[in-house]
Design a protein around this ligand. Structure first.
Ligand SMILES: [Zn+2]
Ligand SMILES: [Zn+2]
Length: 592
C-alpha cells in the first residue's frame, strides 16, 4: 500500500506502546547528545513498561508517582513524565524534543546496528527523518558522504535495512513457533477463554510461515481482544475488532486472532486451518452431499439449518469421512482418502527414540560426545549415532580413517560407562564427485552406522548427479543418505537429480533416506517422503545436531514425516536401540 513503512508502523498504537516509544526515543536522544547516565535509565524504563504492560497504569492509578518509582529504571524524573502522560496523554518535554529533532527514531532504531549517533548523523548531514528519506539517501549514495562513514558503512546499512523490510516475508517454522506458543499461553489464561488454538499454516506445520493465525472462543471477547492487542511483543495494531484483531510483532510478523462462538468453533477451526485448496475441495464435496460449509458452520440444505459442530471431527464425520490430520490438508488426495478411510495412522509426535545424525567437537560440533549425550537424554532420546564429517571437509578437520578408528574406540569406552543409553559409532561420509566415498570400505565396515552426503559439486548436470548418488548408494556399507537434496531454505536450491531413480536405488540396496529436521534444511521434502513411503523405502528423522540445543528440532522432522504420510513403521529410529542394531546387523550380513 504505502511505500513509507514509518506510516504503517505508527497507526493505532496502544497507550502503553506510545509510552514505550516515547521512552525509547528519549533514550536515543539523550545518547546522541551525550547525556551519559540517562539513556540506560530510559531503556530500562521502556523495558519495565513493556513487561508490565497494563499493570503500570493500574499501579500509577493506585499510588501515583511514588508507586511508579519501585520499578526498574523509573526514578523521579521518569516517573513524573509517565504521570504526565497518563494524566494528559502527552509529555511536554517530548514534544519540545521532537520539535528540535523531528525524526522517527522509533522506526529507524529497528534497523540492525543503527545506533543513536548514526541516526543523529543521518539527520544532521542528510536531513533523514524517516525510513523513506533513508531509502532515498541510500539510492543516491549520499550516505557514504557523511564524515567517517564511507562506502562500506553505506553498504551495510542498505543490507540491514533490506533485512528489516524483508522481515515481513516468510519465516522458518522453528523461529515462529515459540512466539505462537507464548501468545497462545498468554491468551489461554485470559478470563472467559474456553478454547484457544493455533490455526493456519503453523497448524499444518509448513516449513516456512507467513503469519500467525489464532482462534479462540470466549464468553468475553472484548477482554481477549484487549489482552491480545496489548501483548508486550506488539509493535503495531492493524485492526482491533470484536471478532477479529490483527497485530504486528516487533519481530516483524503479523498475528491474526479471531474470536468465535462456541457452536461454530469446529467450522471456524476447519476453515482457518486450510489450506485454501483443501477447503475448496471439501466445500465442493459438502455441496454434493446437500450441505453448505463455510467459516460459520455446516448448513443442511433440506432443513435450511445450522448443524452445530463444536469440533472439526464433527464436521468431517457428518460428511461421512475421517478427519485428515492438519499436516496433510493440502488439497491433494486426502479428501478421497478420508472418504475411503485409507489415511494411515501418521507417526505420532514423540515417536523418535534416537538421533542418527549428530556432530561433536571432533569436527564442527560445539561440544564433546559426552555433552551431546547428556543433551540427548534430556529431551528423552535413548540413543544417538555420532556422525562426524570425513576428511574431504579439511577446513573443519574432517576425520580420516585413523581418527575414525580412534573415535570408535572412544565410543566403545563411553558405552560401557553410561547407563540406559546407546551410542552408535557412525559417520557422515563425503560422497566424492565420481560417487565413491572418501573413507575406505575396510573402515566403513567397522562402523555401526554409515551416513553419506554431498557437500561439493552441487551443480553437476542431472544425469551426472543421479549417476553419482546411485553409485554411492550401491556401496554395501552404506546405511543412509543424509540431507538428500542438499537444499538450504533461502540460500541454496536443491541439487538436480532424478529422485525416482534415487528412491528405487535406495529400495534396492536397503538404504534409508533421511529427513534432516535442521530448520533451514527440512530435507527431504514432504512430497519426496511420500514417494519414499509409497516405494517402501525406510526413513530416519534426524536433527543434524551441531550443538546440544539442536535436539529440540526432532518434532519438526516428525512434522515433515507426517506431511509425507509416514507411519511409525516407516521410520527406522522409532525402533528401540537393540531392535535397530539387530536390523542393521541383519542388513549388513545379507548384503551381496
Ligand atoms: Zn552434511
Ligand atoms: Zn551433518
Amino acid at each position: 500500500m504505502s511505500d513509507n513503512p514509518s506510516i504503517r508502523y505508527h497507526v493505532s498504537m496502544t497507550k502503553i506502546q506510545q509510552l514505550q516509544k516515547i521512552l525509547i526515543e528519549f533514550s536515543y536522544y539523550d545518547e546522541m547528545y551525550g547525556i551519559a547516565f540517562k539513556p540506560r535509565a530510559y531503556k530500562l524504563a521502556a523495558e519495565s513498561v513493556s513487561v508490565l504492560n497494563g499493570e503500570i497504569e493500574n499501579t500509577w492509578r493506585k499510588g501515583g508517582i511514588k508507586a511508579l518509582k519501585k520499578f526498574p529504571g523509573i526514578g523521579q524524573s521518569i516517573a513524573e513524565k509517565i504521570d504526565e502522560f497518563f494524566r494528559t496523554g502527552k509529555i511536554k518535554e517530548y514534544q519540545t524534543m521532537k520539535k528540535k529533532f523531528p525524526v522517527d527514531i522509533w522506526s529507524l532504531s529497528r534497523i540492525e546496528r543503527l545506533g543513536p549517533k548514526h541516526i543523529h548523523d543521518l539527520y544532521e548531514y542528510l536531513n533523514v527523518r524517516n525510513l523513506s528519506d533513508l531509502k532515498k539517501a541510500l539510492k543516491t549514495h549520499k550516505v557514504q558522504t557523511i564524515p567517517r562513514w564511507g562506502a562500506k558503512s553505506e553498504k551495510r546499512l542498505a543490507r540491514n535495512l533490506g533485512l528489516t523490510e524483508r522481515a515481513s516475508d516468510r519465516r522458518l517454522l522453528s523461529e515462529i513457533l515459540p512466539y505462537a506458543h507464548n501468545i497462545l499461553t498468554a491468551l489461554s489464561q485470559v478470563k472467559g477463554v474456553k478454547h484457544c488454538t493455533i490455526a493456519g499454516s503453523i497448524r499444518r506445520r509448513r516449513d516456512t510461515i507467513g503469519d500467525i493465525d489464532l482462534l479462540a472462543t470466549s464468553s468475553d471477547p472484548d477482554r481477549v481482544m484487549d489482552a491480545f492487542t496489548s501483548l508486550p511483543l506488539v509493535e503495531t495494531i492493524h485492526e482491533r475488532g470484536k471478532t477479529r484483531s490483527s497485530i504486528r510483532l516487533r519481530i516483524g510478523i503479523d498475528v491474526d486472532l479471531r474470536v468465535v462462538h462456541d457452536e461454530v468453533y469446529g467450522a471456524a477451526l476447519q476453515y482457518f486451518t486450510g489450506n485454501a485448496r483443501h477447503n475448496i475441495l471439501l466445500r465442493e464435496y459438502a455441496l454434493s452431499k446437500g450441505y453448505t460449509l463455510n467459516e460459520y458452520g455446516l448448513f443442511q440444505h433440506k432443513k435450511n439449518s445450522l448443524i452445530v459442530c463444536k469440533t472439526e471431527e464433527e464436521i468431517y464425520t457428518r460428511l461421512g469421512m475421517d478427519t485428515p490430520p492438519p499436516e496433510i490438508r493440502i488439497g491433494d488426495d486426502e479428501i478421497d482418502a478420508a472418504r475411503e478411510h485409507r489415511i494411515p495412522r501418521l507417526i505420532p509426535y514423540g515417536s523418535v527414540k534416537g538421533d542418527m545424525h549428530v556432530h561433536t567437537e571432533w569436527t564442527d560440533g560445539t561440544v564433546s560426545i559426552k555433552k551431546m549425550i547428556t543433551a540427548a537424554k534430556k529431551v528423552g532420546l535413548s540413543y544417538v549415532a555420532i556422525t562426524d564429517h570425513t576428511k574431504s571437509l579439511a577446513y573443519i578437520h574432517g576425520l580420516n580413517e585413523k581418527r575414525i578408528l580412534e573415535q570408535i574406540a572412544e565410543i566403545k569406552k563411553l558405552n560401557k560407562e553410561i547407563k540406559k543409553f546407546t551410542i552408535f559409532s557412525g559417520t557422515e561420509c563425503d560422497i566424492l564427485k565420481d560417487g565413491t566415498l572418501d573413507i575406505s570400505d575396510k573402515v566403513l565396515a567397522k562402523l555401526d552406522w554409515v551416513g553419506i552426503s554431498i557437500h561439493s559439486y552441487f551443480t553437476l548436470s542431472r544425469k551426472e548427479q543421479t549417476k553419482r548418488i546411485v553409485a554411492a548408494l550401491s556401496n554395501p556399507n552404506v546405511d543412509c543418505l543424509f540431507h538428500p537434496t542438499c537444499r538450504l531454505i533461502g540460500k541454496r536450491k536443491a541439487i538436480d537429480y532424478d529422485i525416482d531413480e534415487i528412491i528405487t536405488t535406495a529400495k534396492k540396496h536397503r538404504v534409508a533416506l533421511e529427513i534432516d529436521a535442521y530448520p533451514n534444511r527440512s530435507d527431504l521434502r514432504d512430497i519426496h517422503v511420500r514417494a519414499a513411503v509409497q516405494a517402501g523405502v525406510k526413513l530416519t528423522i534426524d536433527t543434524d545436531a551441531h550443538t546440544p540445543e539442536d535436539f529440540r528440532f526432532i518434532s519438526l522432522g516428525e512434522a515433515i514425516a507426517r506431511r509425507g504420510w509416514a507411519t511409525k513403521t516407516n521410520i527406522l529410529n522409532t525402533k528401540k536401540s537393540a531392535e535397530l542394531r539387530a536390523y542393521l546387523q541383519k542388513k549388513r550380513s545379507t548384503k551381496h
